[in-house]
Write a protein that binds this ligand. Structure first.
Ligand SMILES: [Fe+2]
Length: 262
């Protein structure tokens, strides 16, 4: 099997008003920079996954702007919500990509060679933290039983392990032990790609390699006891799934055009 190449974008935080900045960072403009950088790289992707926080204000116009910017990949786009998302509005703008209705959870499932890729909804309305419930663990098990893949990759907003940052871990994932126990049991789950923490992190649980990915806009520092923003370039993750395993790396834009206000 040729490698299946996946692009992960996360934490777009786009506003309805194109001129509005998040702590001094023009998130819409930087998302446009990221998409241009990827297209100019000449790399093609079989799938594009957005792991949440599509917008910052959860307005329909903001989701529409995201849709327009991601239009090169609408035929291969997969999405899960983050804390800065509204499932109903996200669905209304991406109705051709997202099944179900209203506030129902937004999960996805697709095959990539011998791999099964699953998107897990960790969103809790009105909460910065996420949650994973026992019925979602059952859904993951059912999907794996149904497809019987060689390997499994998960995509979700909130990471299923602590990332070693006091302030980020305090807004983490309730019920993450449920996922960690699943990883100990189900060794075919080998990769978990997350967002939420706006910086790169790597960890392990069971047989799963867990990574987080820089935001397309504002970047966070794990240091300190409260939210801290850093001047680093936007980033995204490239994932290649093969018969033997996976390869993944973060790509950053070559320049830091804006510095955040702290
Ligand atoms: Fe975010």
């Amino acid at each position: 099997m040729a490698a299946v190449r996946i692009l992960q974008l996360t934490d777009l935080h786009v506003f309805k008003d194109p001129g509005v900045r998040l702590k001094g960072i023009p998130t819409r403009e930087l998302l446009e920079d990221v998409v241009r950088h990827i297209i100019d790289s000449g790399r093609n992707f079989d799938h594009v996954v957005v792991t949440g926080d599509h917008t910052h204000d959860e307005m329909p116009q903001s989701y529409q702007a995201v849709r327009t910017i991601l239009s090169p990949w609408l035929d291969r786009l997969w999405q899960v919500p983050g804390n800065h998302d509204d499932r109903t509005v996200l669905r209304s703008v991406f109705g051709d990509r997202i099944r179900g209705s209203g506030q129902e959870q937004i999960n996805f499932s697709f095959n990539a060679g011998g791999w099964l890729c699953l998107g897990i909804d960790t969103h809790v309305p009105g909460s910065v933290s996420g949650k994973i419930e026992p019925d979602q663990i059952n859904w993951i098990r059912q999907q794996i039983d149904l497809v019987n893949p060689e390997r499994v990759a998960l995509f979700q907003h909130h990471p299923p392990v602590d990332v070693g940052s006091f302030w980020m871990d305090s807004i983490g994932l309730e019920g993450k032990e449920r996922l960690q126990n699943l990883f100990l049991e189900e060794h075919r789950i080998q990769l978990v790609c997350c967002g939420h923490v706006h910086h790169e992190f790597h960890g392990h649980a069971g047989n799963a390699h867990i990574c987080t990915t820089p935001a397309t806009g504002i970047q966070f520092s794990p240091a300190g006891t409260q939210a801290t923003f850093v001047a680093e370039p936007p980033g995204y993750r490239v994932i290649e799934l093969t018969d033997d395993g996976f390869f993944t790396n973060v790509c950053r834009l070559p320049v830091t055009r804006f510095s955040p206000d702290n």
